[in-house]
Each structure stands twice: as C-alpha cells, then as structure tokens.
Design a binder for this molecule. Structure first.
Ligand code: URP
Ligand code: ZN
Ligand code: ZN
Ligand code: ZN
Length: 472
C-alpha cells in the first residue's frame, strides 16, 4: 500500500510568507508531507511549471439572497460554488440574511437547506443582522456565536437593512462580549436617499446616476463613523468593499492609532470605473450601465490606484469578490420594470466569484504590483485567520488539501462564454488575463481539472468556524 493517496510533484508552492519548490503529499484529504522527491503515492500529479497555492477563500459572497419583490439572484448554491471552483476557490462564506422579525436560527435553517447537498466547495455563513431586537442581541446571537457562527454583517444603508448608530453600538457590544467579528457596510443612508430624490427630480434616472447618488463622501463619512463606533466599544470590525482613497485613509489612520480595523476591497474597485455605468445597450438605451451597479460604486482611476496602495501596504488584508449576481437582460434581474424607471430600483451587485482570483493574479502578481505571497495572503490565508477557519488557507502539514494549481503563463480573455456562474454577463468581459487556475482540489480530490468539472455537488461541506482571529 502506498504511503500517500496523492502527491503533487515538481510544483512551486507559495504560502503567505514563502515560495519554494516542493512536492506535496496528501492522505485522507489532508496535507501530510511537504518535501523533496516524494514518490510513494497512489496518484502522482505532475505540477511542473505550475504554482501550488492554497485554494481561494472568498469571504464575501451573496447566494440565493432575497433581493426585493420579483427579483431573483442569478446563482443558487450549486451554480455559485461551481463557478467558485472553476475560479480556483475551495471555500466561500455567503450570507444568511435575517428577515425583519425572523429568529436567526430560522434564517439559518433556510440557508442550510439551500446549501446542503448543493455545494461543490466548502462553506460557512456570516449572519446579516437586519433586526437587532433584544432577543437577538440578548440570547440568539450569543448562542450562535458559541456554535461557530462567529461573524456577521450589518448595514449602514439600504431600506430595510440600515441600522441606526444606536443599533450598531448594540451589535458591536454583543460582538465584544462574544468574540464575534462584525463586517460593516459603510455608506450614509440618509445622504443616499437625499441625493437619490434630488437626482430623480432632475430626471437623472439612468443607471449611471447610481454612482452620483453615493459619491465618495458618503462612503468616507460612514467609514469614519463605523470606526468611531467600534472605537467606543473597543472591538475589531471589518470595513467591507472599500472603493476609494478617502475611505482607505480612514482605515489606515485608525490602524496607525492601534485600532483593530480590518479592510477589504474587491475586483470592481481595481478594474472598473463609473464610466462603465454610462454604457449604451443594443437598443440605444443607456441601461447597459446596470451591469455595473453595485454599492459602493466603481469610482475612477485614482481610486483604483488608492485601492492598489491599500493592498500593497496591508491596509486591506482581505480581497473578496462581493459576488452578488443578477442576470442583466431579465425582468427578475437588473432590468425589472421598476429598474427601467430609475437606478433606485436596479438591484445592487455584480457577479465575480469566478474572476476574483484571475483578476488579482493578473493585475497584481503578473504586473508586479503585489508579490505572489501577498496574493496568497489576500485571497486565502487572511480570510481563514480573520474569520476563525481552522486548517484551511495555507499549504501546511495538517491542513486540508484545498489546493489550486495555477499556470502563471496561461493567458486568456475573460468572457461570459467561458464562465460558469448563473448570470448572463460578466462586468469584466474582455479583460486580458495572464495566469489562470488550471485545477482545483478540495480536501485532496479534484473538483475541476483540465477545464472539466470533476467534483460532485454535495461534496462541499459546511464548516463550523472558531473565534475570529484565533487561528494560528
Ligand atoms: O452592491 C452590492 N455590493 N451588493 C451586495 C450587497 C452588499 O452590500 O454587499
Ligand atoms: Zn448546512
Ligand atoms: Zn455591502
Ligand atoms: Zn456584499
């Protein structure tokens, strides 16, 4: 009997700190040896010329979330996790959205029912707290944190989701007492409402004006306020999907003052701009811009540079997709009857779980903006550490054999026809990529190999997480 189930031979392994040539041996789904000339295995995978990286962990994805009357997300757990696997990911953290008045466990039951037996990669859930009632804060949330639901997201904007500062402080207090980590969507709700009303009165209703309804000051102010509220409670937070310099600088200054503020940015803030929202569709209407409507909106070239700087300098420790897919040419997607009347009603969010890693690899590593080790940290290791995910996010002995094999020389153009998500478009159409994941392995078994799906749905498991930040 061979000593190992599989050995990945002759590849270049990269972790968050080191890059080295080594063979990686796998037994029972875990990495059990890293060394030279390992041969005693049932299966040998030749990784000559390839990078052996930890599978991507995407800690910010929205799947099957209710998004308003008549609107349906373009991905269910099956299609989203299949797309994730093709994009070199082995783990996703979608959201479990609490409806107003709904007990958190009831919401979780629904999401588990959707995800169980449907996933191609492993997953866990962040809780979205829409209704921080006394029962939720006093009993439900502490019990769930103890059960491994140790992270949550709260919103400073969106109708039905925005929490008041008083409510945010209440949630942060529970986080402090329980060790949960809170993600904050930082945009000023009242400012957005005011600007939206004013734009509509002026007849400025096309998707392009979505960006004008939430300019940088809206995000900067809320980021500053979120940090201040966290400082009052003395608790770490994550500011998610940061889009520009001013918000980035708020986080940098807070970090310099010793506050534990984590920052996250996303592909849309590196490669899209608000000009994309001006696009004209095939009927000569300016609705095409709806393809890029997300919040915060893509900004400008200077903001892109600021986001790169944030990644390079470690202000942002997390790079996630904020995958939130809708179909474009669809009444249940971007172009609802109401969405055609005003940007106010266009569902916010864009697909990106499959393209996150290639975009950062190509624009970041291949173009010399970040190192390969930074790439690994930003896309896998830091997500595991930040959110208390044990035994994942690195190539290390004892860790799950969640591995992506990358061909750093492979060039391709992003195109909807080559993607596996449920949307009918990609906002990244036509971007030239250099460096692609050519195989993805989940706990020692290939999910994707040579461009083919080799995994089966249901093989992706729910994983209980520990205390955020507590993973060595
Ligand atoms: O526009 C976005 N980002 N939609 C997804 C929901 C969120 O705020 O993350
Ligand atoms: Zn489940
Ligand atoms: Zn958000
Ligand atoms: Zn999001």
């Amino acid at each position: 009997m061979a000593a190992f189930d599989t050995v990945i031979r002759n590849g270049t392994v990269a972790t968050a700190s080191d890059t080295f040539k080594a063979d990686v041996a796998i037994k029972k789904g875990r990495i059990v040896a890293i060394g030279e000339a390992i041969t005693d295995a049932d299966e040998t995978v030749d990784a000559s010329g390839l990078l052996v990286l930890p599978g991507g962990i995407d800690s910010h994805v929205h799947i099957s979330q209710p998004s308003g009357p008549g609107i349906v997300m373009a991905d269910d757990f099956e299609s989203a996790t299949r797309a994730a696997a093709f994009g070199g990911n082995t783990f996703v953290m979608p959201y479990c959205l609490q409806e107003k008045g709904q007990p958190l466990r009831a919401a979780l039951k629904d999401y588990h029912a959707l995800a169980d037996q449907a996933c191609y990669v492993d997953h866990s859930f962040h809780l979205i707290i829409a209704d921080p009632s006394d029962a939720v804060l006093g009993q439900e949330l502490p019990a769930l944190v103890a059960d491994g639901y140790s992270s949550l997201k709260i919103f400073m904007t969106y109708e039905g989701l925005a929490l008041s500062d008083y409510e945010i402080l209440g949630v942060l207090q529970v986080a402090r007492e329980t060790g949960a980590l809170v993600q904050i969507h930082a945009e000023n709700y009242d400012a957005i409402r005011f600007l939206t009303d004013r734009l509509e009165r002026a007849g400025k209703t096309a998707p392009y004006y979505h960006g004008k309804s939430r300019p940088i000051a809206v995000e900067r102010e809320a980021t500053h306020r979120a940090i201040s509220l966290a400082e009052l409670i003395d608790v770490p937070i994550v500011i998610v999907h940061v889009s520009n310099r001013e918000a980035m600088e708020e986080i940098r200054r807070a970090q310099a003052r010793g506050l534990k503020i984590h920052g996250e940015t996303c592909p849309q803030y590196l490669v899209l701009t608000e000009e994309d929202m001006q696009d004209i569709n095939k009927d000569g209407l300016n609705m095409e811009g709806a393809k890029y409507v997300c919040s915060p909106p893509p900004r400008d070239k200077a903001s892109q540079e600021a986001c790169w700087e944030g990644l390079q300098r470690g202000v942002f420790s997390l790079f996630s997709s904020d995958h939130c897919p809708f179909r474009y040419d669809d009444e249940a997607g971007k172009l609802t009857p109401k969405g055609r009347t005003s940007f106010r009603w266009v569902p916010n969010g864009i697909p990106g779980v499959e393209t996150r890693l290639p975009i950062l690899f190509s624009e970041g590593v291949s173009k010399g903006r970040i190192t390969l080790n930074q790439f690994v940290a930003l896309t896998a290791t830091n997500h595991a550490k930040t959110y208390g995910l044990k035994g994942k996010g690195s190539i290390a002995i004892g860790y799950d054999a969640d591995i992506a094999l990358w061909d750093p020389q492979k060039t391709a153009k992003i195109s909807q026809s080559g993607l596996h998500h449920g949307s009918d478009y990609t906002p990244y159409e036509g971007i030239e990529i250099s460096g692609w994941p050519v195989a993805t392995m989940l706990r020692g078994k290939f999910v994707v190999r040579d461009g083919q799906l080799t995994g089966a749905k249901g093989e992706g498991r729910y994983v209980t997480r520990g205390k955020p930040g507590a993973v060595a």
